[in-house]
Write a protein that binds this ligand. Structure first.
Ligand code: SAM
Length: 278
């Protein structure tokens, strides 16, 4: 693709360690990509995506609502003066990627993307370019291994942990099972950042529509793909030591909506919230 803009190189990172992309196994990033209308998905992903959609037709709108929450939350954070973002569970690049939103507000913003799907990395390297003033880096790593992320050389050369950082884990924590202790995992990230840092989370819940979310979990949880819906009270635990900004934890589409607020006609399958570290 011709590109005459003076982009910085994507990253100093060496070539990815894992380029083995098994397209016969469904993966959350590619199922989500299908729901969002993307092309970076394969038969196994489409099978799960379509079965889940058939069981619970609200999932497609739910994916769009989640993606829109990400954009509004990042814009809000940038407008609060946050210049550093650690976005874990990046997803396949689509519209309104974190660095585009953040650097659209402040070109100097620095973003580290982390995902454990090698296909995300391939596309991210090709498509996600930052502003010349800022920095955008991609790290292929697993959210469940905070130490390897928090000590990764690219993370440490991109982000200054003495200054506030926004930890963005949107649409991803439900893929961490209870027995993997998602709360202590998130705490390791939140412990690593200074007061005045932020945490932005969205998370699937069955609080609003138990039957629909139960049906979608049944169809989606095939083994390779598996999500755990959590209650609002459980999701609030991720924000231990943080003060939620207004309006608190709400259905993703009700968090700082750009358009008609408080619509109740759509499936609310996820909570969204942003908190500031005390
Ligand atoms: C539903 S997508 C959300 C993408 C983006 N954050 C958004 O909200 O639009 C979930 C992403 O989390 C990633 N993911 C799932 N489990 C992960 C893990 N253990 N470590 C890192 N990334 C993970 C998937 O590969 C996928 O890209």
């Amino acid at each position: 693709m011709a590109n005459d803009k003076p982009f910085l190189p994507w990253s100093e990172t060496p070539e990815p360690t894992s380029l083995k992309i098994d397209t016969s196994v469904p993966h959350p990033a590619r199922v989500y990509d299908y729901w969002l209308g993307g092309k970076d998905n394969f038969e196994a992903d489409r099978k799960v995506a379509e079965a889940t959609h058939a069981a619970s037709p609200g999932v497609v709108q739910g994916a769009k609502d989640n993606r829109a929450f990400l954009g509004r939350a990042v814009r809000f954070l940038a407008e609060q003066g946050i210049r550093q973002f650690l976005d874990i569970g990046t997803g396949i690049p689509t519209q309104g990627n974190t660095h585009e939103v953040a650097q659209g507000v402040t070109p100097e913003s620095k973003i580290v993307y982390v995902d454990n799907d090698p296909i995300v990395m391939v596309h991210a390297r090709a498509l996600l370019r930052g502003t010349p003033e800022g920095k955008t880096t991609y790290v292929e790593a697993d959210l469940r291994d905070p130490e390897s992320i928090l000590t990764h050389p690219d993370v440490l050369t991109t982000l200054d942990f003495d200054e506030p950082i926004a930890i963005v884990i949107v649409g991803t924590l439900m893929f961490i099972k209870d027995d993997e202790d998602p709360f202590s995992i998130v705490k390791q990230y939140t412990d690593a950042v200074t007061a005045g840092s932020y945490l932005a989370i969205s998370h699937v819940t069955a609080d609003f529509e138990p039957e629909a979310v139960g049906a979608s979990a049944k169809a989606y949880n095939t083994g390779p793909t598996f999500f755990t819906p959590r209650t609002g009270a459980e999701i609030a635990r991720f924000f231990d030591g943080f003060e939620l900004v207004e309006p608190g934890m709400v259905a993703v589409f009700d968090w700082h909506p750009d358009d008609d607020p408080f619509r109740d006609t759509r499936l609310a399958g996820a909570y969204g919230a942003v908190g500031r570290k005390l």
